[in-house]
Design a protein around this ligand. Structure first.
Ligand SMILES: NC(=O)c1ccc[n+]([C@@H]2O[C@H](COP(=O)([O-])OP(=O)(O)OC[C@H]3O[C@@H](n4cnc5c(N)ncnc54)[C@H](O)[C@@H]3O)[C@@H](O)[C@H]2O)c1
Ligand SMILES: [Zn+2]
Length: 343
């Protein structure tokens, strides 16, 4: 296929087919050799796409990224007769690709997986890097593995039906990438707008591809998150905590989490206040929230269950300047004080 890139990871090479059509999937895998796991909303909008494929439809939403869904999917796979040679293909947003990545790594001790991301967030972030997993009650991504898919196929046409809020969720992760690694992309986003990218497909595709390459390179340098990969958690420590307590979407929670992390950076890295204000303006430009009336005590309580915590310290991502993230080990007692002083 025309625009295709390969990314080599420790145990696997991932082939990424950009600028493709869903129907190209048949060129990658035979219909009889695959089971498609599809988000229910995507299934209802694009049902004709899936004729002739074996399918399992997964309930939509974060509330279903739980063990009960894994059990249902595994029962369905057994009923269908899926075996070691079957490929599981996830078609949906980050919830579906996380579930499929996880099921794919445990079903029969591991089968091939592939992803067709259908949300902007899925395209620029969730389907890349092989992290997958499920929530346990309110605790996000507590169980999971790191295991790469065999391929990722991009059909940008899926974005035509994406609700507005899901566009802004995707932009939160794009802005995160710009903050930690790509000052030029930050300026580029500042010079354009939410509607520009929604209306200009060529620019949007290039932006998606730029983010896929950026994230893939970080993951290639540190697949199992011992250092550099932690940068991708920028905005996520406080963000996850907010997401858990309130019915607010992942990207919106991360947006608020990034603002909190830049306020903390002003104190710990000397980040200039003007840089934080630039970030707030950019987030607003892409329809993202920059503050929220949250219960700080609860945020702190939740952080005690964060995976980035080890002993009395936590790895917390700060900004040195726009385009340069840094990872600091902070004592939980110090972070508590910093959070209490926010807003
Ligand atoms: N594994 C990773 O590295 C990683 C990275 C970032 C986020 N995530 C996870 O991803 C999840 C968030 O992903 P998301 O924002 O894609 O959420 P999502 O999968 O819940 O999708 C958002 C909504 O969009 C709908 N939808 C999907 N595609 C659509 C389309 N083409 N048209 C219309 N509606 C569509 C879905 O039904 C859902 O209601 C979170 O669980 C987060 O933890 C994982
Ligand atoms: Zn995220």
């Amino acid at each position: 296929m025309k625009n295709c890139k390969e990314f080599v990871f420790s145990e696997k090479k991932v082939t990424v087919y950009f600028d493709s059509l869903f129907f190209d999937l048949e060129k990658i895998i035979k219909k009889g050799d695959a089971v498609l796991l599809i988000d229910e909303n995507v299934y209802s909008i694009y049902s004709t796409f899936f004729i002739g494929w074996k399918t399992i439809v997964i309930n939509s939403g974060e509330n279903f990224k739980q063990q009960s869904t894994i059990d249902e999917v595994i029962s369905s796979l057994i009923k269908i007769g899926a075996d070691k040679t079957t490929s599981l293909i996830g078609i949906g947003g980050g919830v579906v690709t996380d579930i499929v990545g996880y099921v794919g790594s445990i079903y029969m001790r591991g089968v091939n997986t592939g992803f067709v991301p259908t949300t902007l967030l899925g395209m620029v972030d969730a389907c890349i890097g092989g992290k997958n997993g499920i929530d346990v009650g309110i605790y996000k991504n507590m169980i999971g593995t790191i295991r790469q898919p065999a391929f990722i196929l991009y059909d940008y046409g899926f974005l035509d039906s994406l609700p507005e809020i899901e566009w802004s969720n995707g932009f939160a992760e794009i802005i995160k990438h710009a903050c930690i690694k790509d000052q030029e992309m930050f300026q580029y986003l500042e010079s354009l707008s939410f509607n520009y990218f929604r209306e200009n497909k060529i620019a949007l595709q290039a932006l998606i591809e730029r983010n896929v390459v950026l994230k893939s390179k970080i993951v290639q340098s540190d697949e199992f998150e011992t250092g550099e990969r932690k940068l991708l958690n920028f905005g996520h420590t406080i963000g996850h905590s907010i997401e858990r307590m309130n019915e607010i979407s992942h990207g919106h929670a991360v947006s608020i989490g990034m603002v909190c992390a830049t306020i903390i950076s002003e104190q710990l890295t000397g980040l200039k206040k003007t840089e934080r204000l630039r970030l707030e303006d950019l987030l607003k430009k892409y329809s993202l929230p920059v503050c929220f009336d949250f219960d700080k005590e609860k945020i702190i309580q939740n952080i005690n269950f964060d995976k980035k915590k080890s002993g009395d310290d936590i790895s917390f991502v700060l900004l040195n300047k726009i385009g340069k993230g840094q990872i600091n080990k902070i004592a939980l007692s110090e972070l508590t004080q910093l959070i209490l002083q926010l807003f």
